[in-house]
Design a protein around this ligand. Sequence first.
Ligand code: 5AD
Ligand code: SF4
Length: 452
Amino acid sequence: MKYNGYAYIYTIGCQMNVYDSEKLALILNSYGFKKTNDMDKADIVVCNTCSIRHKAEEKAFSFLGRFAKIKKKNPHLITVMAGCVAQQEGEKAFERIPHLDIVLGTQAFSRFGQHIDAIKSGVQRVVDTKDCQMIYEAMPDASCFDENKISGFVTIMQGCDNYCTYCVVPYVRGRERSRKPESIMEEISLLATSGVKEITLLGQNVNSYGQKEAQMSFPELLARINKIDGIHRIRFATSHPKDLSINLIYAIRDLDKVCNHLHLPVQSGSNKILKKMNRGYTREEYIDRILTLKKECPNIALSTDIIVGFPSETDNDFNDTMNLLREIEFDSIFAFAYSDRSSAPAAKFSDQIDEKEKRERLNNLLQLQEQYTEKKNKELIGETFKVLVEGKSIKKRGGFEQTHKNMEQMTGRTESNKIVHFPSEHVNIGDIIKIKIKNAYRHSLWGHPVGV
Ligand code: 5AD
Ligand code: SF4
């Protein structure tokens, strides 16, 4: 059988999965498959899956399910389930997707190529959910495919040891392991050479980077990356409140390339629920850390994750979360209805909350936050910010149409991660320009360039 040499990759889930998919694309490339956006052209289809919530898992099964018919017409098509659902399901994945060829767990990526060869040579099904110490060191370096890429992800650690009771991550991504600083630095330097200006360092809990291995700490790593020529902005996610050290706060304050933004998932405002979640901090400790952060880094933008409807969450507990939003005034939040994951301990907790109640709480929370998101954005009107230009705006605003009919509308982000639209005459993707904010909406800002 002759293959056309095209691979289609469908990614579900977090930024880490986006990064992992880039690595898979590099492996596929070295095995003769170029990435395509046209699914019909592909000889190999990979779904990089997420199991954090039920909905994400279902999305993976429904995407891969559609290939039953297609494979009847084209039996040589190779279908792959990769990532968290693959790790969790193993052999069981074939019960729902009998036509699947490869089940590639989270730590099996470096062995992907040999599994493709096996399928090509007639092997029927391959399941690999075995462990590997550090997957990224064994894979091709930096994704320099996309020449126009100005922003890149770099995973600096894998797995998690925190065992929050709702979370599948420790079970599907294994124990926490940090990459070697030299290998991270090398990868970032390569990205910088290929034109990347902004990098986001990824890990389930970047604050504890290097602790287990007794190597460089996270603030020290930031200081080293801050010196890499060509990189202008450094972001990172996710931070755990219990490990947010004063040295990290100083690093955000003092290192010029580290963005003035922190994503610090709180999950709940109720001490009872935080304890049941095994988060390792109280509401008061969280607020205390935020106050220190605001004192050292004035104007820092804050975002968080929240779960509503965790087992046994009462109206009072939920109100504690609502009040926390009022007290802290986050710039933005990611909020989720608690989703039962059978491998996580909370699945066995009593007093599960009714789905309808969870939806109502989620809506109330999001509605409340919208006020603060808008308020925080409105406070920026009249100020000038450096914006990293990302591309043309997709959606045109009415006001813009009327006042700048003949100009292109571009989009970019501030250091605090706010989206800014602006009319432009001659800016290029990747430029950093100053924009004076003229108007603010719920999800974006609008302004005028005032110089490069
Ligand atoms: N149900 C709902 N949300 C969850 N998250 C993690 N596990 C679950 C779950 N079982 C959320 C947390 C985490 C974010 C990435 O996903 O808020 O910070
Ligand atoms: Fe999951 Fe908690 Fe680890 Fe985050 S810190 S990945 S929520 S176990």
